[in-house]
Ligand binder design. Structure first.
Ligand code: FES
Length: 193
């Protein structure tokens, strides 16, 4: 199998050899794969990418995607195509907390656009960027399934609903104060199997 993943990030062969799931993560991956018939191994890609993202710092580098391709016995480009399609996967390093503001109809009608602008101004970044202190990455997402409590945003494993500017201030202050990672590395996939 080739080792070339397409994308904007440079593929580092040396780094690739260092990429390896922990024993625990690999057990989770094998369990996920076991849910599918052997010839449909590729169908495990989404959950396996979640485990990979949680395991390797909240984003999927070309080396990590290559590794996942090897495990699923598919071409690296197939992993890249899936990972680059869904907003829940990051293809570049992210901050400690990833803020994903829903921008679909219910949230949009209830002021999501203003919330995004407010966060952009507050953190001095644009959508897709990370604050200078490395604390926050701002993203927008399609419907996150919480339309009745719009506008809302997801941050790692947490949902924040009925957002107002004041709520956003409190959430960001709280995150700064506790300093915890909320960039997908905080998701516990073992308990969802
Ligand atoms: S439209 Fe925002 S959660 Fe559904």
């Amino acid at each position: 199998m080739g080792s070339q993943v397409h994308g904007t990030q440079h593929f580092d062969k040396a780094k690739r050899t260092e990429i390896k799931f922990s024993e625990e993560a690999m057990a989770t991956v094998q369990k996920i794969i076991s849910h599918y018939p052997a010839e449909k191994r590729k169908s495990a890609m989404l959950p396996v990418l979640h485990v990979a993202q949680a395991e390797f710092g909240g984003w999927l580098s070309p080396e990590v995607m290559d590794y996942v391709a090897e495990i699923l016995r598919v071409k690296p480009i197939e992993v890249f195509e899936v990972a680059s399609f869904y907003t829940m996967y990051n293809l570049k390093p992210v901050g400690k907390c990833v803020l994903e503001v829903c921008q679909t109809s219910s949230c949009w009608l209830n002021g999501a656009e203003d919330i995004v602008k407010y966060i952009e101004k507050k953190l001095d970044i644009k959508v897709g960027e990370t604050s200078k202190d490395g604390m926050f990455t701002l993203k927008v997402a399609e419907c996150l399934g919480s339309c009745g409590t719009a506008p809302m945003m997801q941050c790692g494993a947490s949902f924040h609903e009925n957002l107002t500017y004041e709520k956003v201030d409190k959430i960001l202050e709280g995150y700064r104060a506790d300093g915890k990672q909320r960039n997908y590395t905080d998701l516990d996939y073992k308990n969802t199997l």
